[in-house]
Design a protein around this ligand. Structure first.
Ligand SMILES: [Zn+2]
Length: 314
């Protein structure tokens, strides 16, 4: 039997799963906290991979999804949230030396796009734009059945398109990016700002104002919370219109925690697109939908990378 191992490196959790070649359901899956006083994250990662290693067959390859920025061509992680030691870490060569099989590395949002395209909502499409909307906004683009990476493998940071010049500060340090407005962080920052300015809301005395609490408040009719999601949807719609004009996809897939509040912003996204699109042909055969892979997006994305790289090696 032949196997592929998929690994998802998150800020709080490391996950690894072993798949039989041709099977999309993991044979085994293990999760451990990323940071633990007993051992370094890299050593924990090696142990985690070892723990899913099959006794009864050969591993074809290991594929790893990690938060950027990273170089997918050289297999180097430039930096990783929550793992301060990982600066310019040559993860691919370290793991190849340790396990003696080919190792592939990819940005988690790009791989989630690849996973949705191969196994999820984007199956059968050749041109896909993926957005993951949570505390930040990540993106991935598939055009002509290929993942768009660019010269240094740093594409496609769709959350960092400017939608308000000199707008709110983004997690990346620049201003007015989509992430600073339509992410969970952007939504809750705006609501806090309105509350500080004296806007009436059922959240006035809330201890922690986060996107989930704002979504609950919006569903119970709170005008400020409804407005917060409409504002996020408006800017998301503007950004998506730009992506339609640039990439001409047939499907837009949205994942991440904020996409669970889809009902609160999607109509605004759709109406903004209709108002701003340059030509209705961009909308013909266009699907806008939620991601299907949810929590397993990173692992399934890594598996998709392993499968596509094995294809190209054959
Ligand atoms: Zn940014």
């Amino acid at each position: 039997m032949k196997f592929q191992i998929a690994v998802d490196i998150g800020g709080t959790q490391l996950r690894a799963a072993c798949y039989s070649v041709g099977e999309n359901r993991p044979r085994c899956i293990e999760r451990i906290p990323t940071v633990h006083p007993s051992n370094s994250p890299y050593n924990r990662l090696e142990q985690l991979i070892q723990s899913v290693w099959p006794e009864d067959g050969a591993v074809e390859s290991i594929a790893v999804a990690a938060p950027g920025p990273l170089d997918p061509y050289k297999g180097i992680i430039f930096e990783a949230p929550n793992i301060p030691d990982w600066v310019d870490l040559p993860l691919r060569s370290l793991l190849e030396n340790r396990f003696q099989v080919p190792v592939a590395l990819g940005n988690d949002a790009n791989l989630a796009a690849l996973g949705e395209w191969m196994f999820g909502a984007g199956r059968g499409h050749h041109h896909l734009v993926y957005l993951t909307i949570s505390t930040g906004i990540g993106g991935g683009v598939i055009i002509d059945d290929r993942l768009l990476l660019g010269k240094h493998g740093l594409g496609a940071e769709l959350g960092h398109v400017t939608v308000i010049p000199d707008g709110p500060l983004c997690g990346c340090g620049q201003r007015g990016h989509l992430e600073a407005i339509s992410s969970g962080t952007g939504i809750s920052n705006w609501v806090r700002e309105q509350l500080n300015n004296g806007t009436a809301s059922i959240l006035e005395n809330a201890v922690d104002v986060n996107a989930k609490i704002i979504a609950d408040a919006a569903r119970s009719g709170d005008p400020l919370s409804i407005a917060a999601f409409q504002r996020a949807g408006t800017y998301l719609g503007l950004a998506v219109t730009n992506f339609l004009h640039i990439f001409n996809p047939t499907i837009i897939v949205m994942g991440g925690g904020v996409s669970r509040s889809w009902d609160l912003f999607i109509e605004t996204v759709r109406s903004t697109i209709h108002l701003n699109v340059m030509n209705p042909h961009f909308l013909s055969d266009l699907t806008i939908t939620r991601a299907e892979l949810s929590d397993d997006a990173g692992l399934m994305g890594a598996l998709a990378l392993a499968r596509s790289q094995n294809e190209s090696r054959r």
